[in-house]
Design a protein around this ligand. Structure first.
Ligand SMILES: [Zn+2]
Length: 466
């Protein structure tokens, strides 16, 4: 593939580094990523408000410099940079066309950063790139075609087929948030009425909750947010659902149904192999939302459509967009990660089982249970999570898997102790299934062996001592 910026050979100690940058309305995230997709550094800062575009770009550059320097590198050591922006972009010109929620309209952010640091820069829409990230390393890693739907303040999406983003004739494809789902419905930020986003985004949910409260309905949220219902975090919504709050349950049920019918529309329109749901609201409330979406999908009566469009949850979470940006950057410099010859294997530590009660990871001995994460790091197991939820540290639930599977491994090895002490409960199995993460449960010595042998993107939970 030709590279419009002219590729410069860059390699630092045989590892190529890329930067994925997610420039959002509220935060800027810059992640340093190896060619394998392993994230080796992160910098997250707030997006400056009420300032000109120059200051926003300066803050982006500052975040990029911080994360690169922390690894002892410089920006010119990078092979390429991928930048995601919430809006329409002109990738050839390295320019933002329009960003409804930010002050970057018409700014040539890609060209500017390329010229300043002399590194190739790829520019894309954030939701499109989130889809590309999930297609590369996330829940859609094994699918030939996928559509992702991200639900947050707004709703966006992206369609990827055979490792290629469908960007549309005018770079405006994937705007699933603006399909009209209720003719004459509430007005959307885009100006139209009854858009999916105006019915099911977190902002739409906030609006409906405020209307409910104004009409005299009671909700636990009023106390939780101390009377300020202007911005309600996804976590607060999850807690209100867990408390069985009637108003919140009613409003989110309706939003979830709308999401379910949007999935049905996607299936009928493009019949992707996989649909991936992500974004803050779904991340926080998936336990409530997914059964509603699944019920609607299962009740599809259109002949021929019933088998396809399996719905997964995002496996990459916050990393989906930055990894998609890196994938786009790699494609632009002729190192397409979807092409076999350019797949780079991630590096992992060697693990050794010493005896019951002792495991060694990269020469360091642990006399306790450990998590081996997808980026190769080691974390001490939080047995308290299991004890709190199940009164028994030998039961593994979704709370723990969320920690073990951070960053979206393809497979997770569970070492169950010398003779199967540890087990995954039903919610844990569902957690893995919903993210398309494979699991192998084996006695710890065998699990260590299988872990060392596996060449895939992997993680592990090792029960070492009781
Ligand atoms: Zn709209």
């Amino acid at each position: 593939m030709s590279d419009p910026w002219g590729e410069v050979e860059r390699k630092v100690s045989n590892v190529r580094f890329y930067l994925g940058v997610d420039v959002g309305g509220t935060k800027i995230q810059a992640s340093l990523v190896e060619g394998s997709g392993t994230v080796v550094g992160r910098e997250k800062v707030s997006t400056p408000r009420n300032v000109g575009p120059d200051q926003v770009v300066a803050e982006v550059e500052r975040a990029m410099e911080v994360v690169v320097k922390a690894k002892g590198l410089q920006l010119r050591d990078l092979t390429a940079i991928g930048i995601a922006v919430p809006g329409v972009v002109d990738p050839e010109a390295g320019r933002v066309v329009v960003t409804p929620n930010m002050n970057l309209d018409g700014v040539a952010i890609g060209t500017r950063i390329r010229d300043r640091y002399k590194v190739p820069v790829a520019l894309g829409n954030d939701c499109n790139l989130g889809a590309l990230g999930e297609a590369w390393l996330g829940a859609a890693r094994n699918a030939k075609s996928m559509m992702s739907i991200l639900v947050g303040t707004g709703i966006g999406g992206g369609f990827v087929r055979n490792g290629k983003l469908w960007r549309g004739a005018r770079e405006a494809a994937g705007e699933i948030g603006h399909i009209v789902m209720q003719i004459g419905g509430p007005q959307c930020g885009c100006g139209n009425h009854g858009c999916f986003e105006a019915l099911a985004s977190r902002s739409a949910i906030e609006r409906d909750l405020r209307a409910g409260v104004a009409a005299g309905r009671k909700t636990v949220l009023t106390e939780m947010v101390k009377g300020d219902l202007s911005v309600i975090r996804s976590g607060a919504l999850r807690d209100a659902l867990a408390a069985g709050d009637e108003l919140v349950t009613e409003v989110i049920s309706r939003a979830s149904e709308t999401l379910g019918y949007a999935c049905l529309t996607v299936r009928h329109l493009i019949d992707p192999e996989v649909i991936v749901l992500g974004g803050g609201l779904i991340g926080a409330c998936s336990g409530f939302i997914m059964p509603i979406v699944e019920r609607i999908i299962e009740n599809d009566r259109l002949p021929g459509a019933r088998k396809g469009g399996h719905v997964f949850l995002s496996a990459l979470g916050d990393d989906a967009v930055v990894l998609g940006a890196v994938a786009l950057a790699r494609i632009q410099v002729g190192r397409n990660p979807f092409h076999k010859e350019h797949v780079v294997a991630a590096k992992y530590p060697q693990v050794a089982w010493q005896r019951f009660g002792e495991v060694t990871v990269q020469q360091k001995t642990y006399a306790r249970d450990v998590y081996l994460l997808v980026d190769g790091s080691v974390k001490k197991r939080k047995k308290s999570l299991a004890k709190q939820s199940y009164g028994d540290s030998h039961m593994v639930g979704p709370e723990e898997l969320e920690k073990v599977c951070k960053g979206g491994p393809e497979i997770v090895f569970v070492g169950t102790g010398e003779s199967n002490h540890l087990s995954l409960n039903e919610d844990a199995q569902r957690f893995l299934r919903q993210r398309s993460i494979q699991c192998e449960s084996l006695p710890t010595p065998k699990a260590v062996e299988a872990y060392n042998k596996s060449a895939r993107r992997k993680a592990a939970l090792l029960h070492v001592t009781c």
